[in-house]
Ligand binder design. Structure first.
Ligand code: PLP
Length: 432
């Protein structure tokens, strides 16, 4: 029977990328770092989320480009999944981060001290968000924004129910998984919130199921992980009407679609529908971790009493992240990136449509720079993504539709970069 130390050694030996070896039998619990690569250590020490991570070893990044440690340049058509709308490592956010870091970092848990970057960003958000959404609660991530909104809706209405939509994605904490519209990602974690009902996306007939027992209805105005699904023009207005009729809070999850991605500052503006609670994250922090749920003063007051401190966070609204968020918002507005997303999106879709019919690409659609490409089979979709990646083009899958490739490049993408991307895709499709 092997000793514990030998057992550890054996386990290491069985892995594909052993990185530590015992110096000698008699001191086999002492390990020295051998010539293990960063990749080896990544696979061993960093918890993995899939069997096949992309594994780019990042050296630097700027604009739409991520450079690996060999100097290879990747054209990023995903913006780190919707985050780097203003481009990677924008100098304005870097400058703001440095300046704030020299003033103060964490000073106190959320909601107690008055921190200028937080207050300034909240005021700026009140200016740009639709309707009378004017009070912001900052979080560290999108899923925390979802959790905050669900709790607010419950407490504000005193009702038990939630409604969500088939194909939706809202994050990976328990509340968010409970309202996630794909059973594949719910079932391993059940029991979840028992009072959630899933309705078909983009089906006005289903909306009568929303009744007086419902606290909140959560929806992405354009489904991202659901396969870049854009609703018909009557759907979101009908949803707004039904929520108002029964007194349920309408929660728009704009974690992916926010801050210009779809050619409007917020996707809800395409339909002139104002939610009761707006969720943002990803692009909000300009590359730093920041999310928020934003609502009216009346609804947000729910969280401050009976009891007080019932919804708090240590790091939400970190001053450095808020400083980056202000800088990022300035860039978006001053460089007119919302308009850019609209124009570049139309150009990209037009050029991508010339690929239809080649190598299994069947359809292309988009709003601004949130674009979906449909393929004939999951296998072709997967091969397309892999072959593009092999040619330094980063594009991606969607979680819930295995025949859709999603593109969400930085809003600063140039025509040359669009042409390069389309040309690589054409080459790949020619070989599928
Ligand atoms: C629409 C939507 N909501 C919520 C989330 C969760 O955000 P986070 O990963 O920051 O928790 C995501 C993440 O991809 C998302 O796409």
């Amino acid at each position: 029977m092997p000793s514990v130390a030998q057992g550890v050694g054996l386990r290491y030996a069985n892995l594909t990328c052993p990185v530590r070896r015992p110096i000698a039998e008699h001191c086999s619990l002492t390990y020295v770092f051998s010539m293990a690569s960063l990749r080896d250590d990544f696979l061993r020490f960093v918890s993995q989320t899939s069997p096949e991570p992309m594994g780019v070893e990042v050296s630097t990044s700027h604009g739409c480009i991520v450079v690996d440690t060999t100097g290879k340049e990747y054209l990023d058509l995903l913006s780190g999944i919707g985050v780097t709308g203003i481009g990677h490592t924008h100098p304005a956010t870097v400058k703001a981060i440095k300046a704030q870091a020299e003033r103060y970092l964490h000073a106190m848990v959320y909601g107690e001290y008055i921190q200028k970057p937080q207050v300034d960003l909240a005021r700026r958000l009140a200016e740009i968000t639709p309707g009378d959404l004017s009070v912001t609660y900052f979080t560290n991530s999108g899923t925390e924004a979802v959790e905050g909104a669900l709790k607010t809706a419950r407490k504000h209405t005193g009702r038990p129910g939630f409604v969500s939509f088939v194909g939706s994605f809202h994050g990976d904490t328990f509340g968010s998984v409970s309202v996630g519209g794909n059973p594949v990602y719910r079932e391993p974690f059940e029991p979840l919130l028992p009072t959630t009902t899933f309705l078909p996306f983009n089906d006005c007939n289903g909306l009568q199921a929303i009744d007086e027992t419902v606290a909140g209805v959560i929806i992405e105005p354009i489904q991202g992980e659901g396969g870049v699904r854009i609703p018909d023009d009557d759907f979101l207005p009908a949803l707004r009407k039904r929520c108002t009729e029964v007194g349920a809070l309408l929660i728009f999850d704009e974690v992916i679609t926010g801050f210009g991605r779809t050619g409007k500052l917020f996707a809800s503006e395409h339909w002139n529908v104002v939610p009761d609670i707006l969720l943002v994250a990803k692009a909000l922090g300009g590359g730093m971790p920041l999310g928020a749920f934003i609502s009216t003063a009346q609804i947000m007051a729910t969280l401050s009493h009976d009891p007080a401190l019932a919804h708090v966070t240590t790091f939400g609204g970190h001053p450095v992240c808020c400083a980056a968020g202000i800088a990022s918002l300035d860039v978006i507005l001053q460089e007119n990136l919302v308009q850019c997303a609209q124009e570049k999106g139309e150009e990209f879709v037009r050029k991508l449509k010339t690929l239809r019919g080649e190598g299994g690409c069947t359809e292309v659609r988009g709003r601004g720079l949130l674009i979906g490409m449909d393929f004939a089979t999951p296998h072709i979709t997967q091969r397309f993504v892999q072959e593009c990646f092999a040619r330094s083009l980063v594009l991606g899958w969607t979680l819930h539709e295995d025949t859709v490739v999603r593109l969400a490049p930085p809003l600063v993408i140039s025509s040359e970069e669009i042409d390069r991307a389309v040309s690589i895709m054409r080459q790949v499709l020619g070989h599928l």
